[in-house]
Design a protein around this ligand. Structure first.
Ligand code: UFG
Length: 374
């Protein structure tokens, strides 16, 4: 510990030389005294110089999960280029990352981008993601999630970029036989959305053997939450289909009530159970996936969920608790294709990558509420 006199002398020296100074002892420099920001930047650049992966292309980086991950990557001084067509994303959500507006499936654009920039890895978030739309219009889902994805990995292979983190989904499992669901569980998707995610996971497996493309597929459970203080969250101007934003709309009086889709499931209160995972925990899983790709090649698959399930009624109760508002609700019919219970066994990612969920349901709902009220 420094005494008060030394600290006040250091402050005076900083006033004269705000970028830092050397303390010279017997004619040779003994210590460098730096502003904390400069010290932190120095430490980070030392850490970066030992990183194999530094420059990342992020497709869909202006979207919900993508933008939170971009922020974390930038905080850790990764160089980031976002490719997003802004169909659902928000330009302002990419922060200080370089931004290219365009479609990830555009082959000419991809060739140009991979020629101009030298990437160490790609994170692929961009996708069509609505389950009910995928049932009504499967062509759109095969086109973007499979054909578009193939264009992306072909461009990567051509450019010699061989590391990919892929946004997969718990939708690949369909109606699970066993709960919580482990990665080894049978995959029987019940809709084209899940089917196209599974199809792309399989493409990655074959591309690994044939072209040396290494990948980590992260099977997200129910992504939720926001980071309102950084201006990040789900796109509020889109029509919500997800439960938490819809319940919050009812709390705000934007809608007259929340409809509960079925209360005759084989669960404790009859409503569907889901595993809600904070978007910041998902973002953290992506950084760990990158570090996995620094040391391991091949194809890797991880569930990303907390292992704790909540029913629709429990979510509504928690929203009432956090917001202090009454939420009118009605019980409606089941929604087609909804499994009764989707809860992750996430032991594998915890064991192999050291991931651990940091945020509980209350912080998920509080951050969503703060975001939605803004
Ligand atoms: N729900 C309602 N009322 C609503 C909206 C939803 O009761 O107005 C219920 C649904 O029936 C479901 C639960 O709330 O039981 C959660 O529904 P969401 O639409 O929020 O999320 P899903 O579980 O249907 O799907 C999400 C993603 C999928 C992913 C899945 C993985 O959208 O991509 O989580 O767990 F595959």
């Amino acid at each position: 510990m420094l005494d008060n006199k030394t600290i006040s002398e250091l402050y005076q020296a900083f006033a004269a030389s705000p970028n830092g100074f050397l303390i010279v002892d017997s004619g040779s420099p003994s210590f460098a005294v730096l502003p904390y920001k400069a010290y932190k930047a120095l430490r980070q650049s030392q850490a970066n110089s030992s990183k194999k992966i530094n420059k990342i292309l992020v497709t869909g980086g202006a979207g919900y999960i993508g933008s939170h991950t971009v922020r974390l990557l930038r905080e850790q001084n990764y160089e980031v280029v976002v490719l997003d067509n802004l169909s659902t994303g928000r330009g302002e959500a990419v922060g200080d990352a370089k931004f290219i507006e365009g479609d990830f499936s555009d082959r000419d654009l991809l060739d140009r981008v991979f020629l101009e920039e030298r990437f160490d890895a790609v994170m692929h978030f961009a996708a069509s993601i609505k389950v009910d739309e995928s049932v009504a219009n499967p062509a759109k889902y095969y086109e973007s999630n499979v054909v578009g994805g193939i264009n992306l990995v072909n461009a990567m292979v051509k450019a010699g970029v061989v590391r990919l983190v892929f946004s997969s989904s718990a939708a690949v499992y369909g109606e699970p036989q066993i709960s919580p669901i482990g990665e080894e569980s049978v995959c029987h998707p019940t809709n084209p959305y899940g089917e196209t995610k599974l199809c792309f996971e399989n493409i990655l497996k074959w591309y690994s053997g044939a072209y040396g493309l290494s990948s980590v597929s992260l099977r997200y459970f129910n992504a939720a939450g926001a980071l309102p203080e950084a201006g990040l969250g789900y796109n509020r101007s889109l029509d919500h289909t997800h439960l938490i934003p819809r319940v919050l709309d009812a709390a705000l009086g934007k809608t007259s009530e929340i409809e509960v889709f079925g209360n005759d499931y084989d669960t404790s209160d009859g409503t569907c159970i889901r595993d809600y995972v904070h978007v910041l925990d998902l973002a953290a899983a992506h950084i760990l996936a990158l570090t996995k790709l620094e040391t391991d090649s091949g194809t890797h698959i991880y569930n990303v969920g907390t292992g704790r399930g909540y029913s629709v009624l429990e979510i509504i109760d928690e929203v009432m608790e956090v917001t202090g508002r009454m939420i009118p609700m009605k019980i409606g019919a089941r929604r087609a294709g909804d499994p009764g219970r989707l809860v992750a066994n996430s032991q594998k990612i915890q064991r192999e990558l050291g991931w651990k969920p940091e945020y509980d349901l209350k912080s998920i709902i509080q951050s969503s509420w703060d975001w939605q009220k803004q």
